[in-house]
Design a protein around this ligand. Sequence first.
Ligand code: KMH
Ligand code: ZN
Length: 407
Amino acid sequence: MSKPHYGGNLVDGAQLLSLFGDVATELCVRADGDEGLFRAYDSVEFLAPVFSGDFIEARGEIVSWGRTSLKMRFTAHKVIAPLSGPGHAPSAAQLLGEPVLCCRASGTCVVPTALRRSPLAGERIGRPGPCVITAAIVGAETTRAQTPHLPLTAEELGEEAARCVAAGASVIHLHVRDEAGNASQDAERFRAAIRAIRARCAPIIQTSTGGAVGMSIDERCGPLTLTGADAPDMATLNVGTINFGDDIFVNKRLDTQQVAARIAKAGLVPEVELYDLGHLDIVRELLDRGLLTLPLHTQFVLGVRGALSASRRNLELLVERLADFPGSSWGVAGVGRHQLPMAELAAALGGNVRVGLEDNIYLEKGVLAQGSAPLVARAVELCQAAGRPVATLEQARALLTAKVPPG
Ligand code: KMH
Ligand code: ZN
């Protein structure tokens, strides 16, 4: 800040808005390849004084995508302040350990349809496409004691899948249980569940090869043995060992290579489950060995106790690193109370969303979700608020399971 305007070296607040104007312009260019026009602020709060000599860092993000408008949110933090007073040279300055929030605002920019240009060859501009919602309807760990709304039998899984599809899900992430309600990877139980689902609706069925902690790799690969009309469409591929609450979810490198090969042999599309940043390095090795091919479909599972936590910074870092894998899609499965906040973030940032009782049993604090379908309905609302269309079954199939030509 270089222009004091008031007594005491105080800077005019409009200078912060001028920074927001630049941030908004960059966001418009990134979104639409056009500088856009700032139409209105709907809130501006000045929260701390700014003086000449302060360094301000302005940040912004798109929070929803309209047809011609973009809603944005901004913050301005003071990150460096001059050190003045006796004993200090005029050039002395101090990095503030904790940046000071000086201003926050939100507003709307417009990119008129008539001015919108087409992408140049190879250029990627524009709004994120439809959001694929995955419903993880049962999992291996959630119990009936925790929630009476957990589906267990094939028929219950079929009914629940149909409710989730009606609510907007296009992928069912599937585990099965035995007659005692314990996790199972038995192919016949998967066959029964897949038939019960396909008798009612037509989602992409993604069977787990993660199973439950402690299962052998052969056991976990049970659903990969199904063929023909009973075969699933996708299967998960867990690429790294992590702490999993008080347990350890073991995915040795060589075992992961073997599971990737079995998924490919079964002709299924893998969804790569990433619980930590280093898992992307394991993915690189799988690509180099020809056990995976681009584009990848990835799921960032964030908030498992003992693995990467569910935060915006972590998600943004993962998304940035995923750019090393061109064309790849990503989604977020936030665990526990992080599920809906992560879904909201994924919708705004252009990712896909996973919700359901496998990862979270609450619709809001203290209120049990009456199955996974209400969580899917909530995810649909979050997409709508972010201006993201929800993928239809056909769109999801085209995005996730269509064969992409090499190159
Ligand atoms: N039940 C977890 C230990 C997957 O489905 O691929 C593993 C899991 C991952 O649920
Ligand atoms: Zn799972």
